[in-house]
Design a protein around this ligand. Structure first.
Ligand SMILES: NC(=O)c1ccc[n+]([C@@H]2O[C@H](COP(=O)([O-])OP(=O)(O)OC[C@H]3O[C@@H](n4cnc5c(N)ncnc54)[C@H](OP(=O)(O)O)[C@@H]3O)[C@@H](O)[C@H]2O)c1
Length: 435
């Protein structure tokens, strides 16, 4: 079987098909080590999956005595491909280096399992085309929502439906922080605790500013809608400016705050996509999803909503998704090639209600100038909320508005932002319905 694409196993003889897939793991870090642990400890998989090589830079310091002596340790990625395994597992991370390895593998008919959402968000169309041309398979269950088998659900369990919407909590770090803040923690305390527990990186930018979730959402758009959108086109908001006061106002409005990733696809194939903090009702699945857990709801045209939740990160949950992809390749079950994703521009957001929190240096006429600016752009105010007990030079209050176009709101906010009464920048969040 050496040198044959995993995708060719369907046409192999019975004898060939029963030989184990030869697997090379690139990257012996958190996820890669957990993959190797599972392959090592689950000896019943040995008839289907044979680990042949582990690649890592400076590999000598990575060698582990619990790995079978037959496994080759190397820091030469080209040599791994030259040995023609049936499948490589890419758990290095980053974009351009893994793109080189993964594209070279697929071009040679070597299948790829990757946990790398950034690679897919940047290069999925080229990689899927390479796989289609060579007959190799590209699988990436671990790239979105870690151990939650959302991609397999789209491809198999819900394959009878077509999807109109995918919405979820795709970043466990943000969800952990916002859950803690619901309980009264400040942003900096919650972030510090997330870092101490290992949920957040030392540099949390990618998580809190929404880039991590946007890459995952782009992959979900590909899988669910067969459309390819650039992450740079996704409207992406940061949770950095969420303050304890926002949870008090959210509570008065019957809800709380979560980082939500949402994409919709209409009958014409137009895609809308949003990542950022949003006000969600207390009764919703989103509000009940606490800690680092991920949650994804798929809306099918025929079957309605189906929700999945579980561990979105961590070595073992993510490695389970990787090994499940390997097992699927070995068994040739559920291994139909991923169809091409059609490049699509992201359309404007639908009409939505919004939550707008101001912090102002108080003086007469502020509310009037805000409501006049909103009215000039055709936006109706729904409610004004103001908690007492704040200093007049840093007075927070909230205006909620009825459903409006995002572009109209952006126009009004440009005018309002230019006023001189702000003590800090305005926070704008969509208000989402409960599910
Ligand atoms: N961790 C999670 O919970 C999780 C969840 C879902 C998806 N993922 C994805 O899985 C992938 C791996 O994540 P991870 O958390 O396992 O990362 P990690 O712990 O940093 O592991 C990466 C491994 O790759 C090696 N490496 C890095 N750059 C290299 C290079 N240029 N050449 C050769 N080896 C290199 C590292 O070696 P050194 O030891 O020398 O740095 C390390 O052993 C990423 O794409 C990530 O987004 C991770």
């Amino acid at each position: 079987m050496a040198g044959a694409a995993a995708g060719e196993r369907q046409s192999s003889t019975a004898a060939e098909a029963s030989s184990p897939l030869r697997v090379a793991v690139l990257g012996f870090g958190t996820v890669g080590q957990s993959v190797v642990r599972i392959l090592t400890e689950r000896t019943e998989l040995a008839s289907e999956l044979a680990l042949v090589a582990i690649f890592n830079r400076n590999v000598a310091r990575k060698r582990a005595d619990w790995v079978a002596p037959s496994v080759t340790w190397t820091d030469d990625a080209a040599a791994v491909l030259t040995a023609k395994p049936d499948v490589i597992v890419e758990t290095v991370g980053g974009v351009e280096l893994p793109y080189g390895w993964v594209s070279a593998a697929l071009a040679q008919g070597i299948s790829v399992v990757t946990a790398n959402k950034l690679l897919l968000a940047a290069h999925a169309p080229e990689l899927l085309a390479l796989a289609a041309a060579s007959g190799a398979r590209l699988r990436f269950e671990a790239a979105v929502a870690g151990g939650v088998p959302i991609i397999d659900a789209v491809r198999t369990g819900l394959a009878g439906d077509t999807f109109t919407r995918v919405v979820g909590i795709l970043n466990g770090t943000c969800n952990y922080i916002l859950s803690r803040m619901t309980g009264g923690d400040s942003m900096s305390d919650a972030l510090g605790e997330a870092q101490r527990l290992g949920f957040a990186e030392a540099d949390p930018t990618s998580d809190v500013d929404g880039h991590d979730a946007a890459a995952k959402l782009a992959v979900l758009v590909g899988v669910a809608f067969k459309r390819y959108i650039r992450t740079s086109e996704i409207s992406t908001g940061s949770i950095r400016r969420i303050d304890a006061i926002d949870f008090r106002y959210a509570k008065r409005l019957g809800g709380t705050i979560r980082q939500i990733s949402m994409a919709e696809c209409d009958a014409s194939g137009a895609v809308r996509a949003f990542v950022g903090p949003a006000l969600v009702p207390d009764s919703s699945n989103y509000a009940r999803n606490t800690g680092p857990q991920n949650l994804v709801t798929l809306t099918g045209r025929f079957g309605g909503n189906t929700t999945f939740s579980g561990q979105g990160a961590g070595g073992y949950p993510t490695a389970v998704a990787v090994v499940s992809d390997l097992v699927a390749l070995a068994r040739q079950t559920r291994s139909g090639a991923e169809p091409a994703w059609t490049p699509t521009s992201v359309s404007a957001a639908p009409m939505r209600p919004y939550y707008i929190r101001f912090s102002v240096k108080d003086r007469p006429g502020i509310l009037a100038s805000i409501t006049v600016a909103l009215a000039r752009h055709g936006i109706n105010v729904d409610a004004v909320l103001q908690e007492s007990g704040f200093p007049k030079d840093h007075l927070p209050f909230v205006v909620t508005v009825e459903p409006c176009e995002a572009t109209a709101l952006a126009g009004a906010m440009r005018e309002i932002d230019a006023e001189d009464f702000h003590a800090e920048p305005v926070l704008v969040m969509p208000v989402l319905p409960g599910e």
